[in-house]
Every structure is written in C-alpha cells, then in structure tokens.
Design a protein around this ligand. Structure first.
Ligand SMILES: NC(=O)c1ccc[n+]([C@@H]2O[C@H](COP(=O)([O-])OP(=O)(O)OC[C@H]3O[C@@H](n4cnc5c(N)ncnc54)[C@H](O)[C@@H]3O)[C@@H](O)[C@H]2O)c1
Length: 249
C-alpha cells in the first residue's frame, strides 16, 4: 500500500487491535482510539513491537458515544497526519443476552448509542474529511447478528442490522465521490466482548460454525484490511461474512 493514514475506533483490543497491527505491518500510519488511555498506550506498545517499527502508531482518546469527541478525533488525526485514508468503525458493546420481554430498556439504549450512533458519528466526520481530500475507504463492524435473528440477542441484532443499513445507504451516497463504505459480519470471535459467553458455553459457540470453531480476531482483520485496500476497489456497500460458514446454513 502507498503511504496512508488509518483510524480504528475501539482499537486497543480484539478485532480493532488485530486490524491496527495488520495495517501497521503494511506501513500504514495507524491511530487507534478508545476510552482508556492506559489500555491504549499498552496496545500501541504491543503493535509497535510486533510491527517492528514499520509504521507510526498512535493512541487518541475518544468515547464514540460523544459526537463532539468523534468530530475532534477526526480533526486531530488530520491535523497531525494530513489526511484520513481509511477508517474502521469498530468500537462496540454487547451488554445483555435476553429475550425482548426480559430485556432491559436502558441496556438497549446504551448499546444503540455505541453500536449505531457511534458508527454514525464516525462516518459523518470521516466522510466529510474524505470528501474534502477526494476519497477514502470505511469499514463498519456489523455481525452475523446484523444479517440474522440470533436467539437471546434481539437488541444487539437490532443495532447490527442498523449498521448494515447505514453502510449500504452511505455507500450509495458517496461511491461516486471515491469513498467506498463496506461492512464485515464476523461470526463468534475470541475477544473480550463475548468473554462471559465463551466462559459459559465455548463448545456451543464452536459448534455454531460449520467450520467447527470460533474465529480469531486476525481472521476478521484480514477481511477488513482487504476492504480498505485498493484490491477491493470495485466493492462498495457490501457486508462481508467472515463466519466459518455460519451464513451458508
Ligand atoms: N467478538 C465477536 O464475537 C464479534 C462478533 C461480531 C461482531 N463483533 C463486533 O466487533 C467489534 C469489535 O469487538 P471485539 O470483538 O474486538 O471486542 P472488544 O471488546 O475487544 O472490542 C471492542 C472495543 O470497543 C471499545 N469500546 C466500547 N465502547 C466504546 C465507546 N463508547 N467508545 C470507544 N470505544 C469503545 C472497547 O473498549 C473495546 O476496546 C464490535 O463492534 C463488535 O460488536 C464482535
């Protein structure tokens, strides 16, 4: 890849951190953002060590629930690095496993705020910058729960279906401006967000995928980085399943 700058929200752990590492290994300047500066600093150290100094990696604090903070984040990336070529709207939460009648309304509000409005704020300011500079690529984190009903996961499903909808519509609006917007839909992946589910039912999570196991964050990063790259230049508005065959059922 020619020299580029990327932003990964929620990039200090899991899929975001794996994506940042893969980009850094390709020489891309990477900004990871998140709420916890200590966690961010340690992720930067880890990525720099694994990428053997092949790229600049920075942490910038940002809670994606705060629109003004997201706007400042995009401004700060551009003021320090001159442009924003790639953005991954990855920050997300999963705060409740329940049927709709048993679910807590505030939990749904919180999840909607981060998973949907957080992605919306991100795209809003990333697109504005990419329009100014004449192009860019954005990948949003959806889920198999953004394409299917998943039992006991109705509220999270709603947020991830919204991410797929936002991705498709924004892709149509901005494709002609040289901005490609896509999403990935991971199956169950070994990360903190589903640590409780993994502890309670790892074998069931493995068995849910025709390939017979859960995924690793690096396997999702592969797809994200491809969607950000020139190799996928004719792909827009797509949601890429990376799910061990789950969608084929
Ligand atoms: N792990 C899975 O099974 C799975 C499956 C499908 C989709 N996803 C999606 O992948 C994305 C990444 O999750 P992950 O699996 O790497 O888990 P993770 O918990 O390691 O990563 C999520 C990151 O987002 C950050 N975050 C949460 N709320 C935030 C906020 N308000 N502002 C800024 N940062 C915030 C967290 O601190 C964390 O670093 C999420 O959007 C998640 O919904 C995960």
């Amino acid at each position: 890849m020619p020299h580029k700058t990327a932003l990964v929200t929620g990039g200090a752990s899991g899929i975001g951190k794996a994506t940042a590492l893969k980009l850094a290994r390709q020489g891309v300047t990477v900004v990871i953002s998140g709420r916890n500066a200590k966690k961010g600093a340690s992720a930067v150290q880890e990525i720099e060590a694994l990428a053997c100094g092949q790229a600049q990696v920075r942490f910038m604090p940002c809670d994606v629930n705060d629109e003004a903070a997201v706007q400042r984040l995009v401004r700060q990336v551009v003021s320090e690095f001159g442009r924003l070529d790639m953005a991954v709207n990855n920050a997300g939460i999963y705060n409740e496993s329940a049927t709709i009648d048993q679910s807590d309304t505030q939990n749904f509000r919180d999840m909607f705020e981060t998973n949907v409005l957080g992605v919306y704020y991100g795209m809003k300011y990333q697109i504005a910058q990419m329009k100014q500079q004449g192009g860019g690529a954005i990948v949003n984190l959806a889920s198999i729960a953004g394409l299917n009903g998943v039992p006991w996961t109705g509220t999270y499903c709603a947020t991830k279906h919204a991410v797929v909808g936002l991705t498709k519509a924004a892709a149509l609006d901005h494709a002609a401006e040289g901005i490609r917007i896509n999403a990935v839909a991971p199956g169950a992946i070994h990360t903190d967000i589903i640590a409780a589910q993994i502890e309670a039912a790892e074998a069931e999570l493995d068995a849910m995928h025709p390939i017979g196991r859960m995924g690793q964050p690096e396997e999702i990063a592969e797809g994200i980085v491809w969607l950000l790259s020139q190799e996928s230049r004719f792909v827009a508005g797509h949601t890429l399943n990376i799910d061990g065959g789950f969608q084929a059922k």
